[in-house]
Design a binder for this molecule. Structure first.
Ligand code: AMP
Length: 416
């Protein structure tokens, strides 16, 4: 038997319906906040990600689906969205048209991670990118949008962690001091942690190992001691605006993000409902990425959020059958065309969901199916009523049945 690839998922209709519902809410929410959808290709040149996400990140090092095209060009299935959005922004020189651009996206991403609950190899993200403003109000807007989205979906046990990484020029000194402080505890570090510390010391702050977490808390330098006064003031203003807006947060000195391009404000929204993979969403500033990819010197701020993790947090992991409003039971195969015509007529006039049985099942099993589909009404066609030009309509909720003229079906449901 051919199976789906590990870490990918087939969505059956009910889960797809939930996903569409989430997407519709997101689209509306982001539209009324002034963000417009951007759609970029699913694959890009590999160089885009190695140059933006960073050569020594987990994503670029070991998680990308990369292959060589027939002409020898290296291509990659996108493992994140910001790089693609910035690539499109730079390519179209959008800063020449508008001083600030606000984009949102929803779509699939690909990372070759070890699959577990909430961690897939093909997953979906929605996110926003606000490109053009360096001001703290932009940071606060992006963070508050992320928070309010989870509020809208009724996610409980939410918290926001924020931190400032300062500007890129302090990174090298901080990374060196961090590395030296942790290297003193070399014996407890695994080979991969040592490798991380060597290649990209900030990544050690993301460790899930409690022993190392404690070593970090007790010994690592604090990045806020390295940050310039100007960047400190920027961060202070962000927090003040969040306070004024009533957005709750905690300042976590050890929060860093897994991608190289972040600077100044970084944040994560987490939910205790999620277990091990507790991050719902993460984001921050990336003021140098646009110029790094060939554009002008334009600041930006955004976040990316996992759709599957949102669905877990909303308890939407189920696979039921599709629902319908009206179920047409046809007890004789000769009545199928009449059933289809009635169904189309109702759909066209009333815009409700109508289901027609095509299995030639018994009356009893069709009614059972109608119940399973949460149908409110069943229309029963049989040869007796058909000869009389009538149908029986059964209210599934009230368990009552009445016979009406076939020409009055629409007006019957209009009055319901
Ligand atoms: P990142 O792009 O790594 O900052 O991730 C942003 C968000 O995407 C995370 O907070 C998760 O909600 C989600 N996410 C990241 N990686 C995965 C994955 N492998 N499977 C499912 N969701 C993911």
């Amino acid at each position: 038997m051919i199976k789906n690839i590990k870490g990918t998922k087939d969505l059956l209709p009910n889960s797809t319906y939930d996903l569409q519902d989430i997407e519709n809410h997101l689209i509306r929410f982001l539209h009324i906040h002034g963000y417009g959808e951007i759609r970029t290709p699913i694959f890009e040149t590999t160089e885009l990600f190695s140059r933006s996400v960073g050569e020594n990140t987990d994503i670029v090092n070991k998680e990308m689906y990369t292959w060589e095209d027939q002409n020898g060009q290296s291509l990659t299935l996108r493992p994140e969205m910001t790089a693609s959005v910035v690539r499109a922004y730079v390519q179209k020189q959008i800063w020449k048209i508008e001083p600030i651009s606000k984009f949102y996206y929803i779509g699939p991403l690909f990372r070759r991670e070890r699959p577990q609950k909430g961690r897939l190899r093909q997953f979906h993200q929605f996110g926003i990118e606000a490109i053009g403003s360096q001001n703290p109000e932009q940071d606060a807007e992006v963070i508050s949008i992320a928070y309010n989205i989870y509020k809208m979906f009724g996610v409980e046990d939410l918290s926001i962690k924020v931190n400032s990484l300062g500007s890129n020029n302090i990174r090298e000194k901080f990374a060196k001091d961090l590395k030296n402080s942790i290297l003193k505890f070399k014996s407890v570090l695994s080979e991969s942690e040592l490798y991380r510390l060597e290649k990209n010391p900030l990544r050690i702050l993301d460790t899930k190992n409690n022993e190392i977490k404690k070593i970090i808390r007790d010994n690592a330098p604090n990045i806020s001691d390295y940050i310039s006064t100007e960047d400190k003031n920027h961060f202070k203003s962000v927090l003040e605006i969040l306070d004024d807006m009533g957005i709750p947060y905690t300042h976590d000195d050890f929060l860093v993000r897994g991608l190289d391009y972040y600077n100044k404000t970084v944040f994560e929204v987490i939910s205790n409902k999620l277990g091990g993979q507790d991050a719902l969403c993460g984001g921050g500033r990336y003021d140098k990425l646009i110029s790094q990819l060939g554009g002008s010197d334009i600041p930006a701020m955004g976040f990316a959020a996992g759709v599957e993790r949102l669905m877990i947090a909303m308890n939407l992991e189920h696979n039921q059958t599709t629902n319908t409003d009206i179920y047409i039971v046809n007890t004789e195969s000769s009545l199928i065309s009449q059933a289809m015509i009635i169904a189309d007529d109702i759909r066209k006039n009333l815009g409700v969901a109508v289901y027609v049985d095509t299995l030639r099942r018994s009356l009893k099993s069709q009614l059972r199916h109608a119940n399973k589909m949460n149908s409110k009404f069943s229309i029963i066609l049989d040869s007796n009523t058909s000869n009389e030009n009538t149908v029986s309509i059964k209210s599934m909720e009230e368990n009552t049945q009445e016979e009406i003229d076939i020409n009055n079906i629409i007006s019957y449901f209009e009055s319901k």
